[in-house]
Design a protein around this ligand. Structure first.
Ligand code: TRP
Ligand code: ZN
Length: 485
């Protein structure tokens, strides 16, 4: 019995605690099961309660020839309550063993939940280490909107990629798979001779095993939401360098995707532009991965190293995924309902890039949406007014046009109200004050009002939360405000 704990409890609590004690083993049973989800409004089973992960150390061994993955995940986490058991999210694959604090743990699986019962309860505040050994053929996960993530083989079957938005990461490693739990990562990947393995962050080492296989050790020094973790295995042409301000660049382009090399060549310049607009680049590495065309039907802002499927079709797409590094990756959503904070900002970044590079201004993009002018912006023809960006009807709509286009329109409406100076101070302040954290829509609206000193309730009511097509001032209210603080 732990008297330090008992002495702080009132008598009835002590009695209750004693009643819970099994036999005379001298152990205090103080834990209870951690929740099986964090009650995300759209993905209630995503993530788990009772602990927060500090670090993932993933050791993966993948053979593209048979699609077999062998993995060891070592997860360092802090208990936020006494835990008799806790869950990890894992989809498919065979679990061969689980250890908690180096002791064998019991486990069982239901759906995508792996429940771990450590030999001893974990105390609130305790930092504990869980090892999961697993293997099998990882599979794609299909979203409510029909898109696919998880583990996807390339069309030539000569490689694969692990991508996670929103709930695909559970298909290739066990974890607390909700953006509200961010952690640092070491991802080590062993691949057959001749293959490259690309993941997030910095490549710490690349070593050759005696049997000819290559081991790539990747390190992510800054916290990362698990949906932004990635591994790509294939035959890539690798380019390294530095941006003008010294951020290391590592880009990998699938052999044969030569147009992809040209498309991402401007990435270092875009990073510097982003720093000028949004403030310090949040990570210690940058770059991109261009997969064989047809692997995915989208690009994804995987942290430090966005993935493209075939050559990115436009500079704006590269810029969009880069802008997510500030908005989405560093400042991550608290729930999947807050997706417009990712996509509205990334879309707005495209408008700003255009404005700064001789293309239509953000205001012209905004007007194009109102007029349905697809020559100025191809997205303008979409049904951007189908629902308000802060209230998608369900998980099927988190990537629909209102989240992107109308999300960006919300930001332009704020700019119209407060003028350039306050607007850009707001954008930079938002990135700085929530750096490596999580934020909700309510956090944003409160922050915007406080930072700019403007009452923006009309913008929120009409543009962010309002149903139907908002009545919009096509001409900015106070363009002169940009010069007078
Ligand atoms: N977030 C990606 C982008 O940059 C789009 C995306 C890819 C996506 N896969 C997804 C969005 C799955 C939601 C769900 O725009
Ligand atoms: Zn995006």
């Amino acid at each position: 019995m732990d008297h330090r704990v008992l002495s702080r409890l009132a008598a009835p609590a002590v009695a209750a605690l004693l009643a819970l004690t099994t036999g005379c083993t001298g152990e205090t049973v103080q834990g209870r099961p951690g929740a099986s989800g964090v009650r995300d409004p759209f993905f209630p089973k995503a993530g788990n309660g009772g602990y927060q992960v500090e670090h993932y150390s993933l050791d993966l061994d993948y053979d593209p020839a048979d699609g077999q993955l062998h993995g060891t995940a070592v997860i360092t986490a802090r208990a936020e309550q006494g835990l008799s058991s806790f869950n990890l999210d894992l989809s498919g694959l065979d679990v061969e063993g689980v250890w908690v604090q180096d002791e064998g743990a019991r486990f069982n699986r239901t759906g995508n939940e792996l429940t771990v019962r450590p030999a001893e309860d974990l105390e609130r505040g305790e930092v504990f280490r869980t090892e999961v050994d697993y293997s099998g053929r990882p599979r794609p996960v299909t979203d409510p909107d029909g898109s696919q993530e998880g583990w996807i083989a390339t069309p030539d079957d000569a490689g694969a990629v692990g991508v996670g938005e929103p709930v695909g990461s559970m298909a290739w490693f066990p974890g607390n798979h909700h953006p509200s739990d961010k952690a640092t990562y070491d991802i080590t990947v062993t691949v057959p001779k001749g293959y490259e393995a690309v993941a997030n962050g910095e490549l710490r080492s690349r070593t050759q095993e005696d049997d000819g296989r290559t081991v790539f050790a990747w390190h992510s020094a800054e916290p990362m939401a698990s949906y932004l973790a990635t591994v790509a295995v294939g035959k890539f042409k690798v380019t390294t360098g530095r941006t003008a301000s010294g951020i290391p660049v590592y880009s990998a382009v699938a052999r044969g995707e030569t147009a992809g090399e040209a498309a991402i060549a401007r990435l270092p310049e875009m990073v510097e532009w982003g720093i000028g607009r949004f403030g310090p680049y949040p990570f210690s590495a940058t770059g991109a991965t261009v997969l064989p065309a047809g692997t995915l039907r989208y690009a994804l802002e995987t942290q430090t190293r966005p993935v493209f499927s075939g050559a990115p079709g436009s500079a704006e797409l590269v810029l969009h995924e880069l802008a997510h590094q500030w908005f989405g990756d560093s400042v991550s959503p608290k729930s999947w309902k807050d997706m417009w904070l990712n996509e509205g900002f990334a879309t707005y970044a495209e408008w700003l890039w255009s404005e700064d590079h001789g293309g239509p201004s953000a205001q012209q993009h905004f007007d194009a949406y109102l007029d349905g002018d697809t020559e100025v912006d191809a997205g303008a023809g979409s049904d951007w007014d189908a629902f308000p960006p802060a209230a998608p009807p369900g998980p099927k709509e988190i990537s629909a046009s209102p989240v992107y286009g109308r999300g960006a329109m919300v930001l332009q409406r704020v700019r119209q109200e407060v003028g350039d100076e306050k607007f850009f101070a707001l954008v930079r302040g938002w990135a700085a004050d929530h750096r490596h954290g999580n934020a909700s829509t309510a956090d944003f609206t409160a922050y915007a009002q406080q930072k700019t000193g403007h009452d923006l309730r009309e913008v929120w009511d009409e543009w962010l939360y309002g149903k139907g097509r908002p009545k919009a001032p096509k001409t900015p209210k106070a363009p002169e405000a940009s010069t007078t603080p």
